[in-house]
Write a protein of this length. Structure first.
Length: 150
């Protein structure tokens, strides 16, 4: 009988195979993996399974340009074997009360460099917490959190 960890890993692999099957019948998504397959010399299906199993990463969360003013910037650098599709930002007060949230914009497209422009003014002296979630093509996610006193 499988241990709970083994059962979880088997389920994760089952989901990866299901994602691979989806990609094989979706022409638009399959094209992305076919191009990589030709470059890397790895079968398309193997790339899809690997992409599912390989979560994105957030390599940098830069709050140095965020000062709590409308128009302040939060900068993020991400990476993934087939690209990060979305970066979502949530800014809260230290106790968790929401201040604002929204999606960052990849600038320029395809680089893994994302920028979120603040829409809400926050008073000086407020302790804020920034939560960043990056999502890749198969839906893998990673979240990091960092705080700052304005």
């Amino acid at each position: 009988e499988a241990s709970p960890d083994q059962a979880a890993q088997r389920e994760r692999f089952r989901q990866a195979v299901a994602y691979g099957r989806f990609v094989m019948v979706d022409a638009e998504t399959r094209e992305i993996y076919e191009q990589a397959s030709e470059r890397k010399g790895v079968p398309v299906f193997a790339l899809t399974v690997a992409d599912f199993l390989n979560a994105p990463s957030i390599d940098l969360l830069d709050l140095s340009a965020y000062g709590g003013q409308v128009g302040s910037l939060v900068k993020i650098i991400t990476s993934d074997d087939f690209g990060v599709m979305n970066v979502h930002i949530a800014i809260t007060e230290e106790q968790g009360a929401p201040i604002e949230s929204g999606d960052a914009v990849e600038t320029p497209s395809g680089t893994g460099h994302w920028v979120y422009t603040a829409q809400t003014a926050v008073p000086t002296g407020t302790m804020i917490v920034v939560h960043v979630t990056a999502t890749d093509r198969p839906g893998g996610m990673v979240t990091i959190t960092n705080g700052k006193t304005l």
